[in-house]
Design a protein around this ligand. Structure first.
Ligand SMILES: [Zn+2]
Length: 333
């Protein structure tokens, strides 16, 4: 798993790409923003470069480790993600459920179809089915064959592969991209593709990190947890995410900031590990450190308080709907 050497970034060296193109807006101007390591899973000791697009302000990793998925998503990655039971996760699930309930209430009809991209073993779709009995068809797109077995057992259809490879004749009333869009190499292409899978009343609900946040600034050069380095490839703020959506024919129906407790937890533990105060290893990801749950709980509270006071914590929800395309036969000359 480790021992892989990247051609273009030597540890501590400079990224060799001459002018990396922004994966969000395709702009060519960018500035080096930060360098970071995989402090969370320790899949490699290598340092990765993040750039900031001068045109849209999105942050992106360069070079993008597209051919190293099995290395940077270790076997325990999915296992740990599927068994998170901590207090903070229950709070997070509760908040996400409130958001989902609001979104579902806008849908009409008795035969709702939901797609969860990056939905793992279908746990989130279970929650949705429980929230709304009108949900009759549920589909997961994800990469993990073990999760596939569990999802199918739970009655969800499963496509095992990347969202870019997913193709279907189905149309969906709700497509979930919960902590997903930051993981893909071409976020605009993914939005484009998914927009075509929406029913006329359908919407896409995205949850993704927000780079315009206190912790993103404080930990910019200190392995900010939001980099989830090297697994988050493109990172947004409200402005450039909604701008990208608009370019792809999607308008914002709802927007909200939400707590970024896991990013605070990882950022702070990484800082403590650098000083030798705590030990982390490849066998135990940082989120399994005994100090992680209390840190995350404290900062979930901190972020939620700030949100009520108009602050902008480090995650955001945005619900997107297709912009009606004017009928070209009506167009005046
Ligand atoms: Zn850009």
């Amino acid at each position: 798993m480790t021992g892989h050497t990247a051609g273009r970034t030597a540890p501590g060296g400079q990224a060799a790409s001459p002018a990396p193109r922004c994966p969000a807006c395709r702009g060519t101007g960018s500035e080096p923003w930060a360098r970071a390591r995989d402090v969370e899973y320790r899949t490699t000791d290598e340092e990765f470069g993040y750039h900031r697009c001068l045109r849209c302000g999105a942050l992106f990793i360069d070079p993008m480790p597209v051919d190293r998925l099995s290395e940077i998503y270790p076997a325990n990655y999915y296992a740990y993600a599927s068994e998170e039971q901590s207090f903070v996760h229950r709070v997070k699930d509760r908040l996400d459920s409130l958001r989902l309930r609001r979104t579902l209430s806008r849908l009409s009809g008795d035969d709702l179809r939901i797609l969860d991209v990056g939905g793992g073993d279908g746990r989130q779709l279970d929650v949705i089915r429980a929230l709304d009995p009108r949900v009759t068809f549920t589909q997961v797109v994800d990469l993990d064959p073990e999760a596939q077995a569990r999802a199918v057992e739970r009655g969800h259809r499963y496509f095992c592969g990347r969202v870019e490879e997913f193709s279907t004749d189905e149309r969906f009333d709700l497509i979930l991209l919960i902590n997903l869009i930051e993981h893909v190499s071409d976020p605009g292409g993914v939005l484009d593709r998914l927009r075509r899978h929406l029913t006329p009343q359908g919407s896409i609900l995205i949850k993704t990190p927000n780079t315009d946040s206190l912790d993103a600034r404080l930990f910019r050069h200190r392995n900010w947890g939001g980099y989830h380095c090297p697994r988050h490839w493109v990172l947004f703020d409200r402005h450039n995410l909604t701008g990208l959506a608009a370019e792809r024919g999607l308008a914002v129906r709802a927007f909200a900031y939400t707590q970024g407790a896991p990013f605070w937890g990882v950022s702070l533990l990484a800082a403590a590990a650098r000083r030798g105060w705590v030990r982390v290893s490849a066998e135990r990801p940082m989120t399994r450190h005994p100090l992680f749950p209390p840190l995350a709980a404290a900062f979930a509270g901190f972020d939620l308080l700030r949100t009520t006071l108009g602050g902008r914590p480090s995650q955001m929800f945005v619900e997107l709907v297709p912009v009606p395309v004017p009928d070209s036969s009506d167009a005046s000359p």
